[in-house]
Design a protein around this ligand. Structure first.
Ligand code: ADP
Ligand code: MG
Length: 237
């Protein structure tokens, strides 16, 4: 409708896809639990950023998303907050093992930042987050994963190592995030990403974020996402 169209324009947002949910203007519009709302307040996040306004209702509705936005636009919370909701919604949360949410990021530093952000929202819910990237002893990482977790934040190479060591199983993974997909491809991780995607059940929800959409990333999105909604923020993509 007119109101929504004007709002999107003011945020320099372009959205394409079928049956796009209306953007939210406030975190209060997201239907979050009081636990999650208070964790958001603790971060002093007063209102959602542009990408969050558009992405939160899309991801909360269970749809796949391609998010194209430059660094600093608040993409992490756009995929972490709905991931907490997704995990808390699992009827078998206390049973089974292995991560429900898997996040892949290109570098150790980025994975670590996401790990810290995810922990802030996960911890108040009793959700465990494990970081899986180089620089840590493989044995320690193996032991941590064996102890169990609901979220894994990983670089593709180390996640493949851990899967080969059978440190974790992704049989109950239903929420996959590929963050900074263009950088993961630049770093040569395409085979690892394809292997990881291929090991996760096809009825998962898949989120792909990227600053740019080169052909190879576009092709991966076409092959790995179902009926995605594409959200582009600002003069990128
Ligand atoms: P991106 O992944 O798009 O580069 P980040 O998720 O790293 O962006 O967020 C950039 C910064 O903005 C971080 O310091 C984060 O804590 C902050 N931030 C995210 N969402 C909000 C919000 N709604 N209000 C205020 N600050 C936010
Ligand atoms: Mg980011």
């Amino acid at each position: 409708d007119q109101d929504v169209a004007e709002y999107r324009k003011s945020l320099a947002i372009r959205v394409s896809g079928f049956d796009v949910p209306k953007p939210v203007k406030a975190f209060e519009d997201c239907g979050f639990s009081t636990t999650l709302m208070s964790a958001i307040s603790k971060q002093s996040y007063e209102r959602p950023t542009s990408i969050q306004c558009q992405a939160l209702p899309i991801v909360l509705s269970g749809r796949d998303i391609i998010g194209i936005a430059k660094t600093g636009s608040g993409k992490t919370a756009a995929f972490v907050l709905p991931m907490i909701v997704h995990i808390m919604d699992q009827p078998e949360l206390g049973k089974g093992e292995g991560p429900i949410g898997v996040i892949c990021a290109p570098t150790r530093e980025l994975a670590h930042q996401i790990f810290l952000e995810a922990k802030k929202f996960a911890k108040p819910h009793g959700i465990r987050v494990s970081a899986v990237y180089g620089g840590m002893s493989k044995l320690d990482q193996f032991k941590e994963l064996k102890a169990g977790c609901e979220i894994v934040v990983a670089t593709p190479g180390r996640l493949i190592d851990m899967l080969k060591m059978k440190a974790l199983s992704m049989y109950r993974t239903t929420y996959l995030v590929l963050d900074e997909a263009d950088r993961m491809f630049d770093l040569g991780f395409e085979p690892q990403i394809r292997s990881i995607v291929g090991q996760i059940r096809p009825d998962r929800q898949t989120l792909l974020f990227s600053a740019t959409m080169p052909f190879k990333v576009e092709r991966l999105a076409r092959e790995s996402l179902s009926d995605p909604i594409r959200v582009t923020v600002g003069e990128v993509g």
